[in-house]
Design a protein around this ligand. Structure first.
Ligand SMILES: [Zn+2]
Length: 66
């Protein structure tokens, strides 16, 4: 997934902007990371350059300040 696409993605539940956390990147491409929705308190994973933006793929954020 290209970094520039992040600004065009939104949470599938509340349509808020997503915050990106990168774990692994190659050039402008995010290979592994997380897309976090602060409004819902969940994160969506980016795996093998593919973001999983389905409500069922959301992982609750635990132990993080809002
Ligand atoms: Zn949300």
């Amino acid at each position: 997934m290209n970094k520039k696409l992040v600004g065009r993605l939104a949470c599938p539940v509340c349509l808020s902007e997503l915050r990106l956390t990168v774990l692994d990147e190659v050039g402008e491409t995010i290979v592994e990371g997380s897309l976090i929705c602060g409004s819902c308190g969940v994160s969506y994973s980016v795996c093998e350059s593919t973001p999983s933006l389905l409500p069922g793929d959301a992982t609750p954020l635990v132990g993080q300040a809002p």
